[in-house]
Design a protein around this ligand. Structure first.
Ligand SMILES: [Zn+2]
Length: 99
């Protein structure tokens, strides 16, 4: 839903740049739409993750890091941060932690 809205807003802005007469009204309308989208709040995306505080888990023997609850964490589970884990480990292909 948000993606559709954003695409619509982008096309409206494109129109506005090619139509000087409609520009004022259209950008005002698009602006209020954009404000509505912002107020709804965006889902957490990878860009918003802070690797220094984002918790992931590694195991004693594995070479991958995991999200909490991953099946590979049954034997050992060592808490660490994404910033540290990505230095020496690969993201698990099963639980798909952020890279
Ligand atoms: Zn995993």
């Amino acid at each position: 839903m948000n993606k559709l809205l954003l695409a619509f807003i982008a096309s409206v802005f494109l129109l506005a740049t090619t139509s000087a007469q409609a520009a004022t009204a259209v950008t005002g309308f698009a602006g209020s739409l954009a404000a509505q989208v912002m107020q709804q709040g965006q889902p957490l995306s990878e860009r918003e993750i802070d690797p220094k505080t984002y918790v992931v888990y590694v195991t004693k023997t594995g070479k991958k890091y995991h999200m909490d609850g991953c099946q590979y964490l049954r034997k050992s589970k060592i808490k660490t941060t994404l910033a540290d884990a990505r230095k020496a480990y690969e993201p698990c292909k099963v639980c798909k932690p952020p890279k």
